[in-house]
Every structure is written in C-alpha cells, then in structure tokens.
Design a binder for this molecule. Structure first.
Ligand SMILES: *Cc1c(COP(=O)(O)O)cnc(C)c1O
Length: 755
C-alpha cells in the first residue's frame, strides 16, 4: 500500500494546509506559523480503499471516532482483538486484493470514504475554539513535555494515569484547535506486560515493539533530513533520533536513543518506561528536557510556552535559558526570569518521596557542559534544585527546579493544590501558605476516548448532534434529564453485558495460559452475572491505593457476595511497579481470592491493565471503587471516565472526588478525614466503606419499581452525568490551561492559575 504525501504544509497549527512555499522571510520576533514537515495523511481515490484505511490508521484521530474503529473491527473482529486493536497491524495482514474484496463484501467503501473525508475536514478546519481564544499561539505553539503519553493501547509509551492524562490533553488540544506540540520519549519496549504465574504472583514481560506496526514516522527537518539530536555530558555524547506521531491536529515528537553512534548502554536508554535506576532516569530526563528543546529547534519550532507535565522534563527550562542567552545576549538570571514567565509547570505528586532527586555528581556529569554555557557555578546550579540553596547535603530535586524556573505552577485538583502549597512553602520564605504560587487546574478526561459507542449515540440523540464539540459546556449535559430512565438503564445494561463478556474471555484465556485445572477454567467461563451489582477497581497497585481495603472484613464481604437476593460481584485489575514488593503482595492477596470457594465466579482479576482493559471496565461497571489513603491521590481520572458511561463512583473524599461529590451524584466513603497513624485511618475507612455499601449502595441498586427499574439509582446516574460530565472533562481542562496559563505566558505575562 502506498500513500501519497500532502503536497506541502503539514499541521501543527490550526492553519489549513496551504500549497504555498515555505515560510517567507519574517522578522526575528515574528516566526511564521509553525508548519511541521509532511506526513502521509492523504490518499487519492484511485488508490483504493487500502490507502484510505492506512491514512486513517496513521492519524490517531481514529482512536476517538467509534465509526472508524468499527470499520477496522469489521474487517476481522477476532484478529482486531488479538492484535490489541492495532489497525496498522491488522491492515498488514491483508493483501491489497483481499482488502478490496473484504471491503466490497462488507459494503465498506462509502463508510471509509466518509470517515476519510471527515478526517480531512477535521485537519483543515479553519474555525476552532483555538482560533478565537488562542490566536497568539499560532506562530509559537505550546511545547507540552511529558515522559509518557497514553494515546491508545497500541502505542505503548505510557504506564498509567500521568500518561493517559497527557494523551487526553493532547487530544483535547487537537479538538479545540489549541496549537500544541507534544514532546516525549519513544520506548522500544514500553511498560511491562503483566502475567500472573501459577502462584498468582506478578511476572513482568517485555517485548520489543515492531516499528512498522506503529503510526510513527521519522521527523524530518526543513531540508528533509531525519532529525538527530545531540547532547554532551561530561563523559560522553548522547544521540537521539526523532519520531513523530499525528494525533488529530496535534503532533507528538518522540526522542529515541536507539541509534548508531550511541554506546551500547545508551542505545537501551529509552527501551523501558520507568525501568531503570537513577542513572538511567537522569539520562532519560536529560534527553526529554534538553533533547526535546533541541528537537524543537531542529524542526524550526519556536515555542511560545513550555508546559512541563510533572518534573521529569525540568531540564528543558535550562536549555531554553541557554538558547535565550545565546540569541539575546542575556545573563543567566535575566534569561531565567524570562523563561519563568513562559513556563507552566504541573505537579502531580503529593508525596515528598515521589519527586525525582539526583546527587550532585549525577547532576554535574549530565548537566556540566550545559552549566558551562549558562555561565553558572556548580553551587549555583545545585541551588536551583534545592529547597535550602546552600545546604550541601540536599540532593537536586526536579520539582524544585521546575518551581524555580516557572512563575506559577499548578496542582491537579483543589485538594492537591492545598497539599502542594503546604508541601513547598519552605521554598518561599516569608510568604503565607495561601500565597505560595501554586494554583490548581483539576484533571479531566477526553470524552471521545472514554465514552462507549452506545452511550455516544444516546447522547447524540438527546444532546444535539454537535454536542461533542461543546462538551465543556454545562447546558449540554443538563439535557440528560430529558432521557427516559428505561433507555438509559437499557444502554447501561448492554454495556455491562459487553464488559462482562470481556472479563470472562480474559479470565478464561489467563487460566488456560497458566494451566489452571479445567474446572477452574469452566468456572471462569460461567463467572459473573448481569443482574448482580458489579464493582470495578482498576488502578496501580501502589500501597497507598489500598486495593485490599475491602477485604478488611473478609467474612462480611463473603456475605455480601453470596447474598441470594442482593449479591455483589467484583472485578480487579492493575499492575504493581516491578520493584514494588509490597504492591505485588497486595495484588497477590486480591488474585488468590479468585480461587477462594467463597468468591468463586464472583471475583475476577483481569491481567495486564492498560487503556484497553481500562476502557472496557469503565464503560460497564455499576460502581467504581476508589479508596486511596487520603490525601495521597492528587486527582485520579478513572472515576471520571466511569461517570460519562453512567457508572457511579464510590470513593474516599480525595483528589477530584473532594470537589466533585455533592451528596447525590455518587457515594462517599467516610468524611474526608485523615489520621497520623495509617492503621487507624485504614481501619476507619474500611469500616466506612463497608457501611456505605450496606446502607446506601446495595439498597439503592436493588430497589426496583414495577418495571424492574432502580429509579433512585438512575436518578443518581443522571445527576452524576449532569453535574460532572462537563467539568471533569479534558476540553474544559485544556480551555482552563489556555486561559490561565498559555495565552498569558505567550504574551509575556505570568500565568494566573486559579485557586
Ligand atoms: C485512566 C487511567 C489511569 C488513571 O486512573 P486513576 O484514577 O488515576 O487510577 C491509569 N491507567 C489507565 C490504563 C487508565 O486508563
């Protein structure tokens, strides 16, 4: 299959692709609108359906277009699933003739053409929210740095929440037409795949990606050459090549150290996400920050704003300072002041130990050559990463560097903002806690990516056809009240049935692979019932998330599961970090209940939690359980995905739920208290969880009217959708970043993050 490239242009900005010559001569301070070099997204009709399908597969826009996903699925539903929903891998299994034949058989041509035309229209739209609200970014886009991007399960460059958030941010920026370029790393093995062995202990598996099967292309500079970025450390030279990924109108640039010219150990530098030791980590972060800035320069992109998503990319701000010193003849401290105005920093970690810290030797080895160019001493550089600048025993902290290289930072929920201001007040001596320059913009999720197709169609019927382009507006979601209870409930039941099919299929496959006895596999095949209250828990097995809280009183749990009239059933999924033994132990405690006769067939563990497992679960559960140890969940976003699909949250008042819960749009566990002693807090929360289940959740779910409908439950579903859908939504989030940070920073004003 051959794909014809665009005649010219490309698209990092909302500018329509033009057929003009490259940027005309422009004044120094007025760079031309950014035009990233060509990627193949167009195909001519004469090339047939294959070229169009490939063009659709090569822009990740398809991942939030249910009709396009459906086309790929229909080509071969079984392979589609087996290939983890990767359209390029699927298409590679078809010869052009077979593809034509299959498309004719399924009468796909007009649907493919229509989807293809919609993509072209999307890419060339001239009027977007961004055109009117973010015009200043057109010539100088936002450079959004993140160590991971969760766009889709078929592109394994994410591990969990941080990456999925970055992916959702990039997608909403695309939908809104906010000019933004994502900068990240390309991991050849990604994060690990999880398998449970016969003892149900977590094993990690790594597999190299096949580049041909991914929607990536080498990034080319203005002269058509593949970009290679170079960074000197004190002892060696690091090289990285650059991949680009199209996500709708947004481009991601990903650095990859696996290139000729790098030493063997450095070629593996970007193999794994969060897989290495401190030395690997600082080198990855050097690539991401310094390498990322240099990649932008090589591509001819002059960012108006640096957005550092978590501290990993902090070095980017130092590299920008170097460039400004070089270009404008400034001193380091003058450059620092200007860079700080241009930089937005989002912190995600409410636990001190969770912030990256490096020793003086590590910093000097890797940042030494850059420091020479900045003209600052070792002590001055170290001071930028220390809370107490002259405390020589203090390591270098990436978050501290970010806070010192930006005028304003933000946390990811209101509660997290309060925690973060307290946590970092030492950096701002003499200021009251309320005046610490850390605000908050609460996380949200990209609606198109997490909403089930059936639910999408229900909203289409009742919200008006254009609802998806204004999903950050409350009025749209208020229309859920007009939806018939029966219609909403039926839709939810269909989704729940599909989700249960998915988890059963997975449980059977897991058992077969492990060599479980036949009766156990048969039990998995029969597991779960559609009419039982179904609780889902999908998240990392970090100890603070307390996956086993609900097991605190195992007898009572067994009673609830086996209640003949009002049973509950549970589905768990999640990975423990490879080095986290306590987390793996929790996981094992959960997994072994699947073999406990009291829970047989009513308790499943789905291996290898990723965006696909996540999507299936959030689209079908009745209740999503979230019980972290307060206040350690900065925001959390999985519960927001559940809301969109009609599920209800049962959550500790932490992170986003603190500001979301209004008494009748879900359920709260406890009163939002913490206790100095974990044991006390855990025991208290376990009791509260149990009480809420017994007194509120279970009765409400099983309280049916003559039509068999749980009216009060459905009322709560609607209230959740109405009060939360528009708010905890990535469009709203990106609009907030644009208003409070991007436009101001690009205009030379400091960000003004809300409190
Ligand atoms: C949404 C999502 C997350 C983030 O969810 P939390 O609520 O922060 O746990 C993590 N992993 C995957 C795969 C997701 O889809």
């Amino acid at each position: 299959m051959k794909v014809v490239p665009l005649p010219s242009g490309g698209r990092a900005s909302v500018a329509p692709p033009t057929t003009s010559t490259p940027a005309e001569t422009t004044a120094k301070r007025e760079p031309a609108p950014v035009r990233l070099p060509v990627t193949p997204a167009t195909a001519t009709p004469s090339e047939g359906v294959g070229a169009r399908l490939e063009a659709l597969a090569r822009n990740m826009w398809w991942t939030w277009q249910p009709d396009v996903g459906q086309i790929f699925r229909e080509l071969d539903p079984v392979r589609w699933r087996q290939l983890n929903y990767n359209p390029l891998a699927l298409l590679s299994e078809f010869s052009p003739q077979r593809l034509e034949h299959r498309a004719a058989e399924l009468v796909l041509h007009s649907r493919v053409n229509y989807a293809y035309r919609r993509l072209q229209e999307y890419l060339s739209a001239e009027l977007t929210w961004g055109t009117t609200h973010a015009g200043v970014l057109k010539a100088r886009p936002v450079a959004y740095f993140s160590a991971e991007f969760g766009i889709h399960e078929s592109l394994p460059i994410y591990s969990g929440g941080l990456g999925v958030l970055a992916g959702d941010h990039v997608k909403s920026a695309s939908d809104l037409g906010v000019p933004l370029v994502g900068i990240g790393l390309f991991y050849n093995q990604g994060y690990f795949h999880q398998r449970l062995d016969r003892d149900l202990w977590q094993q990690e598996e790594y597999a190299d990606v096949e580049h041909d099967m991914l929607p990536i292309a080498p990034a080319l500079d203005a002269s058509g050459q593949p970009v290679v970025v170079e960074i000197n450390t004190r002892h060696s030279r690091l090289l990285a090549r650059l991949w680009r990924v199209e996500v709708g109108r947004t481009t991601l640039l990903l650095l990859d150290a696996d290139v000729d010219g790098n030493r063997m150990e450095d070629r593996e530098l970007t193999s794994r996400l969060y897989g290495g030791d401190h030395r690997v980590r600082i080198r990855q972060e050097l690539l991401l920050g310094v390498g990322g800035m240099r990649a932008l320069t090589a591509m001819g992109i002059v960012p108006g704003v640096l957005h550092l998503n978590e501290g990993h990319s902090a070095f980017a701000a130092l590299e920008l300072a170097r460039q400004r010193m070089h270009d404008d003849g400034l001193s380091f401290y003058e450059a620092q002041r200007l860079v700080a105005l241009q930089t937005a920093f989002t912190t995600h970690t409410p636990v001190a130990a969770g912030h990256d810290r490096f020793t003086g030797e590590q910093i000097e080895e890797h940042l030494g050559p850059l420091r020479d160019e900045l003209g600052i001493s070792y002590d001055e550089l170290m001071a930028l990463g220390r809370e107490t600048p002259h405390d020589h025993s203090e390591p270098f902290c990436m978050t501290v560097l970010c806070l010192k290289m930006s005028r304003q930072a933000n946390a990811v929920s209101a509660e997290h903002g309060r925690v973060s201001r307290k946590m970092w007040e030492g950096l701002f001596p003499g200021r009251a806690t309320e005046e610490i320059p850390i605000g908050h913009i609460t996380n949200g999720v990209h609606v198109g990516s997490w909403l089930a197709g059936q639910m999408h169609r229900l909203y289409d019927r009742h919200f008006g056809v254009d609802w998806a382009t204004s999903s950050g507006e409350p009025e749209i979601w208020a229309r859920i009240d007009e939806v018939d209870d029966g219609e909403l409930w039926e839709t939810h039941q269909v989704l729940k049935g599909r989700m249960l099919d998915f988890v059963r299929r997975r449980a059977v496959a897991q058992g077969e692979r492990r060599g479980d006895p036949p009766q156990m596999i048969e039990q998995a095949r029969q597991a779960m019932r559609t009419d039982a209250l179904t609780i889902g828990f999908g998240r990392r097995f970090a100890t603070y998330k307390r996956a086993t809280l609900i097991l605190a009183d195992i007898e009572k749990l067994a009673e609830m599961v086996n209640d003949p009239r009002r049973p509950i059933q549970l589905i768990f999924a999640g990975k423990a970090h490879p080095h986290d033994e306590p987390g793996k132990r929790l996981l094992w405690e959960i997994a072994r209940l699947t073999r406990d006769p009291r829970f047989a067939g009513r308790f499943l563990f789905v291996e290898d939690y990723d965006m696909s497992v996540g999507r299936h679960l959030v689209q079908g559960v009745d209740v999503w359980l979230n019980n972290p140890r307060r206040p350690m969940e900065a925001s959390g976003t999985s519960g927001q995905k559940v809301v969109l699909n009609g599920g209800l949250n049962l959550s500790v008042l932490d992170g986003w739920w603190t500001e979301a819960y209004d008494g009748s749009n879900g359920f709260a566990i406890g009163q939002g208290n913490a206790h100095r002693q974990y044991e006390v807090q855990d025991a208290r929360d376990a009791k509260a969880l149990h009480e809420t289940l017994i007194q509120e959740v279970i009765p409400l779910y099983y309280d049916r009217d003559r039509d068999g409908l749980p009216r009060a439950w459905i009322k709560r579903m609607k209230r959740a959708i109405r009060t939360l859908g528009w708010r905890f939504n990535a469009d709203r989030m990106v609009m907030d970043y644009t208003k409070y940070a991007y436009v101001r920073a690009a205009g030379g004003l400091s960000c003004d993050m809300p409190r």
